[in-house]
Design a protein around this ligand. Sequence first.
Ligand code: C2E
Ligand code: MG
Ligand code: MG
Ligand code: MG
Length: 286
Amino acid sequence: KAKTLGRATYHFYDGEMGKQFTRNVRIESRLRQALLHESFELHFQPKVDIMTERCVGMEALLRWNDDELGVVSPVEFIPIAEQTGIILALGEWVFEQAFRHIVEWQEQGICVPPIAINCSAAQLKRADFLPNILALLDKYKIDPSLLEIEVTESILIEDAEGCAELLRQISRLGIKLAIDDFGTGYSSLSYLKDLPFDYIKIDQVFIRDITEDKNHAALTHAIIGLSHNLNLKVIAEGISDVKQLIMLQEFGCDIGQGYLFSKAMGANSMGSDPMIIALNEKDNPN
Ligand code: C2E
Ligand code: MG
Ligand code: MG
Ligand code: MG
C-alpha cells in the first residue's frame, strides 16, 4: 500500500502540476533577485484618440528578461508577484521608474502625455499606497495630472467601501482612474456610477473578434453607450487591424490601444517615436 502511495506521489510531482509548481517557485526566487539587481524594465504603449490617431497617453508595462529564465511575460510573473507579496516592492519600483523616465523626457524637451500605471489590489490595500505616490510626485516635481492609475474590478470585491474612499481621494488629486480588462470579471456597470472612474478599458478578448463575433460587437457597442451615459470615456484594448478600428470608430469609442498603432516601446525610443514627435509639433508649432 505504502509503495503505491509513494508511486502516486512521485507521479504527482513529475506531472504537469509538479512542473508548474517548480516553475512558479523558481520565478518567485528569480523575482526577488531581479528586484535586488533591478533587472526589470518599463516599456510604454501609446493610447490614441480613435478618430485622430493622435497620442493621448502611454501605459507603463513591465518587462523582465531574466539571466536564467529568459523573457518572462507579466501575464505569468505578475500573479506570482501578487501571491507572494513581491508586488508591493515591485509596484514601488514601477512608480519610481516611471517618474524618473518622465523627468528624463521632460529634460530632453519631449512633450510627455499622461502615463498610466497598472496597480494590483494588494497595492491599493496598503495604507501607505497614496502617501507613497504623493511623496514621489513631490520628489520628482511631477504634476498629478500626468499620472493615471489602472485597476481591475477585483479591487472592489473585498472592501468596496474602503476602496471607494481611496479612489475618491486619488481622483480629487487630479489623478485619472481607469478600470482595466472590463468584461472579463464581474462587469457590472452599476457600481461604476458611484465610483470616480474616468476611463473604462474594454478587454482585448472582445476586440479581438469584434468583426467576426456579432455578440462581442453588440456587447462592445452597448458598453460604449452605457459608459458614455455614466460620463466614462472608453478605451478599446488590443486593436490589431483596421477593420476593428473602423468598427470602433462607428461605435463612438473614444480611445484605442493595440499593435495596429504601436507595441510597448522602451523609454529611449520615446524621443524618436513618430507619434510623440507629432505631439511635440502640435504643442510647439515652431
Ligand atoms: P493590461 O494592463 O491589460 O495590459 C495590456 C496587455 O495587452 C499588455 O500585455 C500589452 O502588451 C498587450 N497588448 C496591447 N496591445 C495588444 C494587441 O494589439 N494584441 C495583443 N495580443 N496584445 C496587446 P503585457 O505587457 O504582457 O501585460 C499583461 C498584464 O500584466 C497587463 O495587462 C497587466 O495586468 C499586467 N501588468 C503589466 N505591467 C504591470 C505593472 O507594472 N504592474 C501591475 N500590477 N501589473 C502589470
Ligand atoms: Mg492596463
Ligand atoms: Mg487590460
Ligand atoms: Mg490584462
